[in-house]
Design a binder for this molecule. Structure first.
Ligand code: BGC
Length: 788
């Protein structure tokens, strides 16, 4: 009898186990079948603000990775663990200090996206992000919320530093290299913000109104290349609307284009908020709501019960979530060390970032020779900016400043000037801390310390004791707000101008030189002052080793080989999109403080009530005429063209050869020779002019690029670039197809968009077209500017 009971018990046990399969990569269907509706909805919604906002940690969140942006929910009965999602993109962003724990959890501050793009070196970017991926994995996260690949539609977008370029091809190639690097470590990415999150002002509600050609050729192209050339585990849908629909609720965007046309296989998660219309998001193919709220679970459950969400859509999304989960290190029980190799990564960043530094001017003063005593001016020389603010700000253990960098390179930094600056910085920081309201914004990174006034007589005194003057000019920007076309941001302040002029006057009279270092997150105005100093080194915000990298380059221990991934215009209003960008808008409604608040609540505060042009709705009237596509086509003067950057040596281009294979694939090669007297690397850009007729097209467009290895004086290297016919295509709205015309093309081998060193004609025998869905249409076509 006892035996029978035992057998019965065992049988029941097996039965209930069958109904409770434990997830593995081969039983996803069984697990899906075993899930209740409530469980399914649970899996589609993250577990709340969790560890991100101190004070609202739930016990389970806090035990995972403090400071991570979010988590997915666990369902223990089915063996489904929580997984951890952490920002991104300049390294993993987690809390560096844990209560009662003597260990620290700092992460490496890597170069920001713009610096990566300035390297024009995809293998190098992949090397950097491989190291980044190791930190993600060893700190116990599963997904890095990166890369950011919105286009630099306008130079004042507050988050441009996180993004790569004004050009979608460069963007897509950089993003693919980034994703392949991080994911080589067995962790995932969430490529963001998909899509049209091209301004920060009212980013949660702004409606980007854009015609299909501009949408596809410019804003979606980078994502398309990235999806096709890497396998991003996840993509983050943006807060904003596009053509009337929230991106996260757009079936056109998240299913028709992303999955049906491009073949994306991973999950889509929302950017951090809680919008009404969760049902729409589920149907659209937005698999995961982040950071996730209880009411979103409820909306999904009720939606299915009421029949407003098809069960099949829920199942489809849940299946994708399960497929994602089985890939994660947490699911696989990876025992992370909490000890990534920060030292090695710091060394890598110091060296690699030099390739992203862009030398804008140099009368021969750089690399420095015969000088020892440096008069070092500018707050940034002592309080260097490593990266931008907001969720892209990494909690790093230290930031190297220029003063220390110069010292380790054997220079003497004038002590009097240094002490004065240090006192000014300490005082201002105390004032700023006292005036800060703290909280969320403070957590996301601090503002720049304002520059101090330096009198001409002080400069004159210091000149006598020094051999050279270096002035660092700093700007910062970040999430939740756009930059302004005003003094102190886009343009220099009066004090900065005066200091630069005084330094130049005084040092030049004494036969000494002045070098400007630009420690800025994005483009600033340069045309009105660039002739004053003897050299300008654009350092961007190159990561935690920044001051060392800068000094290595100044001293010649290293050399710059970066080139601009965007245009530096003469005037802000030369840029077509400047008329459709929230210029100088400064009222509330920006966004970050409002995460998680719905439209009704916002309206209570008056934010959603007023409809303002470029705030509530932004018409992309410039169409495809962004950056060099516009400036090169209309022949408008710029301060520095797209693709521009000097080095410490010169290069000659010779023997351009272009061949076309039967299938239309173009192979272009060129020989690059170092004709100068120092070592260096050169990035060659292949621009292609399409045949006349048909669609109006830019004078040429970037279709490939390649960088040499380090070349010694006299050394040459042949670079070969291939372009398939699809890459040459333009989007025809009339036929809703990508079209590559037959006929006579020209390949231009450029050192920049304004410095074409060689050209070669080629012919495509047959026209090709690739029809796509007629989707993502604006209610009314945008009336675009006419060019040509
Ligand atoms: C940002 C995202 C970020 C997320 C989580 C959002 O406000 O837009 O880029 O990944 O927060 O921190």
């Amino acid at each position: 009898m006892k035996k029978i009971f035992l057998l019965l018990g065992a049988a029941l046990c097996t039965l209930s186990l069958a109904a409770q399969p434990k997830l593995n990569k081969n039983n996803i269907d069984d697990v899906l079948k075993a899930m209740t509706l409530q469980e399914k909805a649970t899996l589609l919604v993250g577990s709340g603000w969790g560890s991100m906002v101190a004070g609202s940690m739930t016990a389970s969140d806090a035990t995972l990775v403090p400071g991570a942006a979010g988590t997915t929910r666990a369902i223990p009965r089915l063996g489904i663990p929580q997984t951890v999602l952490a920002d991104g993109p300049a390294g993993i962003r987690i809390e560096p200090i844990r209560r009662g724990d003597p260990q620290t959890y700092y992460a490496t501050g890597f170069p920001v996206g713009t610096v990566m793009a300035s390297t024009w070196n995809t293998p190098l970017v992949q090397e950097l992000t491989t190291a980044m991926g190791e930190e993600v994995k060893e700190y116990g996260a599963d997904v890095l919320l990166a890369p950011g690949l919105d286009l630099h539609r306008n130079p004042l977008c507050g988050r441009n530093f996180e993004y790569f370029s004004e050009d979608p091809f460069l963007t897509g190639k950089m993003a693919a290299a980034y994703v392949n690097g991080v994911q080589s470590q067995g962790v995932g990415v969430s490529s963001k913000h998909f899509a049209f999150n091209d301004q920060e002002t009212n980013r949660m509600e702004n409606d980007a109104v854009v015609n299909p050609r501009a949408a596809r050729e410019m804003y979606l192209k980078g994502f398309e290349i990235m999806v096709k050339e890497s396998d991003p585990w996840t993509i983050m849908s943006s807060y904003n609307k596009v053509n009337g629909f929230y991106a996260q609720q757009s079936h056109d965007l998240l299913t028709t284009i992303l999955r049906d046309e491009w073949g994306f296989k991973g999950i889509v998660m929302t950017d951090w908020g809680n919008k009404k219309g969760t049902e729409q998001a589920v149907i659209a193919g937005n698999d995961l709501m982040e950071p996730g709220m209880e009411n979103e679970i409820q909306r999904i459950v009720e939606g299915v019960q009421k029949g407003t969400i098809p069960m099949a859509d829920v199942d489809r999304n849940v299946r994708r979530m399960l497929e994602y989960i089985v890939r994660t290190p947490r699911f696989q029980g990876y025992r992370y060390s909490n000890k990534p190799d920060l030292k090695a990564h710091g060394e890598l960043v110091r060296k690699a970032a030099a390739e992203g530094l862009v030398l804008l001017e140099n009368d021969g003063v750089l690399p420095l020779k015969g000088v020892k005593r440096v008069a070092l001016y500018g707050v940034g020389s002592y309080d260097f900016i490593a990266g931008g603010t907001g969720s892209g700000n990494v909690n790093k253990a230290y930031i190297r400043n220029v003063a220390d960098g110069l010292r380790v390179n054997g220079f003497e930094v004038n002590q009097g000037i240094e002490t004065w600056y240090q006192q000014h910085i300490a005082l201002k920081k105390t004032e700023m801390a006292n005036n800060s309201t703290g909280g969320f914004m403070a957590m996301l990174g601090s503002a720049v310390v304002p520059e101090m006034e330096v009198s001409r007589s002080y400069i004159e005194r210091m000149e006598k004791a020094t051999d050279i003057a270096i002035l660092t000019i700093s700007r910062n920007a970040g999430e939740g707000g756009d930059r302004k076309a005003v003094d102190g941001d886009w343009t220099l302040t009066g004090a900065e101008r005066e200091m630069l002029q005084n330094l130049s006057d005084v040092y030049h009279v004494a036969g000494k030189k002045v070098v400007v270092v630009l420690n800025v997150g994005g483009v600033i105005e340069t045309a009105s002052w660039k002739q004053i100093p003897d050299a300008i080194l654009l350092a961007w915000t190159p990561g935690q080793e920044g001051g060392y990298t800068v000094a290595d380059v100044l001293s010649g221990a290293s050399y710059p080989s970066g080139k601009l991934p965007m245009t530096f215009p003469v005037n802000y209003f030369d840029i077509p999109s400047s008329f459709n960008f929230p210029y100088n808008y400064s009222a509330g409604g920006s966004g970050i403080g409002f995460s998680g608040i719905d439209e009704e609540t916002l309206a209570l505060f008056g934010y959603a009530a007023q409809k303002q042009p470029n705030v509530d709705e932004t018409q992309y009237k410039e169409g495809i005429w962004v950056g060099y596509r516009y400036f090169s086509t209309v022949g408008k003067k710029v301060s520095y063209p797209f693709g521009f950057g000097l080095g410490y040596t010169d290069f000659a281009y010779s023997k351009p050869v272009v061949k076309v294979a039967k299938d239309g694939t173009v192979t272009a090669s060129i020989i690059v020779t170092n004709t100068g007297s120092s070592i260096g690397k050169e990035s060659v850009q292949l621009y292609v002019t399409a045949p006349d007729g048909g669609l109006v097209k830019p004078v040429f467009e970037l279709r490939a690029f390649a960088k040499t290895r380090e070349l010694k004086p006299g050394e040459s290297q042949a670079l070969t670039m291939t372009v398939d016919p699809y890459t040459l295509a333009s989007f025809n709205e009339a036929t809703s197809a990508w079209e590559t015309a037959a006929g006579a093309y020209t390949a231009h081998f450029g050192a920049s968009a304004a410095d074409i060193r060689a050209t070669a004609p080629f012919k495509l025998a047959k026209a090709q077209s690739w029809p796509v869905h007629r989707v993502l249409l604006p209610k009314e076509p945008v009336s675009e500017i006419t060019v040509k």
